[in-house]
Design a protein around this ligand. Structure first.
Ligand code: SF4
Length: 476
């Protein structure tokens, strides 16, 4: 049966005022640390035993087996003009824009290394520039980078070409230049419009400036505009965040990503500049998230899952309705999870059943690339158990449903035997109203979508003890 003919996924209803999105008794049991499952196994499972030679072999195998399958590309630009105190990204804060020149040379060399292994002209269906701040680069530098990519890969006519834009480093003229280069999707980092919150996180940008950019993006014909927000930031209140949500809704982005701030100052140095006493308490965090969900649902957005919303008419919302969602390192997507070639410092890619991550420091990255080696520092070759669990977890995260017969047919196992322990956990979650456990399938309920990570975690083969989840962010 085709996916489009399957029953539509249950959409979370907007609860009545007396009905919280996150019932306290569920929060008490389920609001623990958990992965976001942009990959499975998650990146903290990668290890140094997987290195440059393993990555090279994975590329060679791809060339031998699926040379003409379209690729996704990711390019990481690590530089930022100033630091945002909540930041947990891999970045280099500098005012020295001339530092980009050597980086672009290295990217060109890294592209050439890939062409040597994959062949020239491999089709590309998706390209994403992330960071750091991709718009740290000048127009000329962005032009050069796109020329290098287009000279080595063959972009499909309908390819999604997207870039993260820091509104503080963009103007309408800059958006026009990006459009000329072929970018058709933008993602604006907004986080919060409240002036006090912006000062507290050292990221000040006015609503008017973002509105001007949004209007330009529409006039320039970008296919999709995304806005990123964060809840749980210092000085946020339910009232202030409700104002931010109203302002975002006025801008009418096609998609919204709403991330939970994870305060881990022992791991991320910039976060030490945040005053702990200014952080919203747990009850306020739940209120922030609930008011955001409520505001978006009431204004014509669909809750996609985890931290994503999309206009009801957007391709992502339609894909969810049809059970055709996918998930990759950028979050939810309408495109199948293709092999991903990741370029630049710290970038994570996926080739076949392998994941790999480049060196996190610029010195190590340059040393490898400039000596003609890939900069892969760690990675993972999935075993058979990883592969089956990845499929089950992605079915939960994307379709909200696991069809036992499909998994059995694809992996030659008996679902009830292989996942006997997990099915006991599903029975517990069914009692909580998060899943429906029927003959031959698990289906996530409307309520369960808000806790979908907790459902997926039951199938994570690496989460056998509480201590292993300490490095993840909380579910709410
Ligand atoms: S949040 Fe983005 S712009 Fe801010 S410091 Fe981190 S990477 Fe740079």
């Amino acid at each position: 049966m085709q996916a489009a003919l399957r029953p539509l996924i249950s959409e979370p209803p907007a609860p009545a005022a007396s009905e919280p999105f996150f019932p306290p008794q569920l929060l008490a049991r389920l609001d623990k640390n958990g992965p976001r499952y942009t990959s499975y196994p998650t990146a903290d499972r990668y290890h140094g035993g997987f290195g440059e030679q393993d990555y090279r072999q994975a590329l060679q195998q791809r060339r031998a087996v699926t040379p003409d399958e379209p690729l996704s590309l990711y390019v990481h630009i690590p530089f930022c003009d100033s630091v945002c105190y909540y930041c947990a990204c891999n970045k280099v804060v500098t005012r020295h824009h001339e530092r980009a020149a050597r980086y672009l040379d290295a990217l060109a060399q890294e592209i050439a290394l890939h062409v040597r292994e994959l062949g020239a002209g491999v089709p590309v269906s998706q390209l994403h520039f992330g960071g750091g701040t991709p718009t740290f680069l000048s127009d000329d530098e962005l032009t050069r980078l796109m020329q290098d990519l287009r000279a080595s890969f063959r972009f499909e006519p309908e390819a999604e070409i997207s870039i993260e834009v820091d509104p503080r480093t963009a103007t309408p003229a800059r958006l026009a230049h990006l459009r000329q280069l072929g970018f058709n999707r933008l993602s604006f980092g907004v986080q919060d419009f409240d002036p006090k919150v912006q000062v507290a996180v050292h990221r000040v940008q006015s609503f008017d400036d973002v509105r001007t950019l949004m209007q330009s993006a529409r006039a320039l014909g970008y296919d999709s505009v995304n806005v990123d927000l964060i809840y749980g930031l210092p000085l946020q209140t339910t009232e202030s965040f409700t104002r931010t949500i109203s302002q975002v809704v006025m801008l009418r982005p096609d998609r919204i990503a709403l991330y939970a701030y994870a305060h881990l100052p022992e791991r991320f140095k910039p976060q030490r500049r945040i005053n702990d006493a200014d952080l919203p308490d747990r009850a306020t965090r739940v209120g922030l998230l609930s008011s955001a969900i409520d505001g978006f649902l009431q204004q014509g957005y669909t809750y996609i899952g985890m931290d994503h919303f999309a206009l009801n008419t957007d391709a992502l919302a339609i894909a969810k309705q049809r059970g055709e969602l996918h998930r990759n390192f950028q979050g939810y997507s309408t495109q199948p999870d293709r092999d991903l070639v990741a370029l630049g410092v710290s970038a994570i890619g996926r080739i076949g059943n392998t994941y790999s991550q480049n060196a996190k420091g610029l010195d190590a990255y340059y040393a490898a690339i400039e000596s003609g080696q890939f900069a892969v520092e760690r990675g993972l070759a999935l075993n058979a158990d990883d592969v089956v669990r990845r499929e089950v977890i992605m079915d939960i995260m994307c379709q909200g449903r696991v069809d036992f017969a499909r998994i059995e047919a694809r992996h030659g196992l008996r679902f009830g035997d292989y996942f006997s322990r997990e099915l006991l956990q599903m029975a517990n979650l069914a009692e909580l109203g998060l899943v429906n456990l029927r003959a031959g399938e698990v289906q996530v309920t409307g309520l369960g979508w808000y806790f979908v990570r907790a459902v997926a975690m039951a199938f994570d083969g690496y989460l056998r003890s509480v201590s292993t989840s300490a490095s993840y962010s909380r579910i709410i």
